[in-house]
Write a protein that binds this ligand. Sequence first.
Ligand SMILES: NC(=O)c1ccc[n+]([C@@H]2O[C@H](COP(=O)([O-])OP(=O)(O)OC[C@H]3O[C@@H](n4cnc5c(N)ncnc54)[C@H](O)[C@@H]3O)[C@@H](O)[C@H]2O)c1
Length: 332
Amino acid sequence: MKHNLKEKTRVLVTGGLGFIGSNFIINLLNKYSHYEVFNLDAELTGSNKRNLSNLKNDNYHYFKGNINNKWIVEKLVKKCNVVFNFAAESHVDRSIDEPKPFFDSNIMGTYTILETIRKFDKKLIHISTDEVFGSLKTSSATEKHTFNPSSPYAASKASAELLVSSYHITYGIDAIITRCTNNYGPRQFPEKLIPKTILLAMNNKKIPIYGTGRNVRDWIFVVDHCEAILKVSQKGKKGNSYNISGHNELDNLTIVKKILKIMNKPTNFLKYVKDRPGHDFRYSLNTSKIEKEIKWKPRYTFEEGLNLTVNWYLNNSSWLQEIPKKNIGRIK
Ligand SMILES: NC(=O)c1ccc[n+]([C@@H]2O[C@H](COP(=O)([O-])OP(=O)(O)OC[C@H]3O[C@@H](n4cnc5c(N)ncnc54)[C@H](O)[C@@H]3O)[C@@H](O)[C@H]2O)c1
């Protein structure tokens, strides 16, 4: 993407009140004055208005709305140069309980964005996940690996990716897919492993561990992910996808123990519970392509990122007040 540095680059961020979208907006506006951000969010599960309530910046504009609403999507895409599509239903357990909202937001929502990108000839950066490749015993998936999603969430993300690729091939739209491993960091909805563990430990409650706790995920500090997405938007090739990872493959039990250690809590806080159905054992991405083509590498070690994250939750307990109690109800 070429731009005159004096000119504003207007970007539409969808799902910007969520975990990664809000961190992306904060990092972008704090670092660069030539970006202007339009944030479109339907305020569904995962969103928190407090995520961006301290952002006082003339280059930031918020719109409440659904990416399935063609009228608002067209109105905003028209104004912008690039769309970063973060908006999605994102929690695997919820997709198992009730898949339809995942298909509505993640598949049909992406379709609406794609139609608008096509109509106004704009650029799309579509945010996807390593879960599209399913469980891998030992190897790491390259960008060419076959899709093998296990959960309705992963299937909805794989479907969205296929739609994005087909719109590039059929209509020639300018689109890139980024595919990332598990994120952690400030502002993550507390039903996910790391914030849930921190909050339960803060409240001296037992921490549930699925099955044996040996399921492996590759963890990346959210700031590293946000920087990778921005670099891909500036240097990536259209029609391509890029894997992003933090190279921290750790099992759930190890992570929970590390958190308890930082917080000076005993390990008898652990409680083993029945495994999630279809629980993938391991995800892993090969990231040679982004390292070689885009010259991106993560900057944070897991220890640095985890310490920053635990401290953020300890110092921002008021942040939780925006989250409806029924949604935190999953913290048992
Ligand atoms: N969290 C991770 O570890 C991770 C890893 C890889 C990829 N991803 C992808 O990154 C993106 C963001 O994930 P997250 O963890 O920030 O999720 P999140 O649940 O914290 O935030 C998602 C946001 O999207 C909004 N949203 C959902 N459906 C919408 C719709 N139809 N219209 C408008 N807004 C809508 C929600 O209100 C919420 O604010 C998702 O696409 C997810 O699949 C996440």
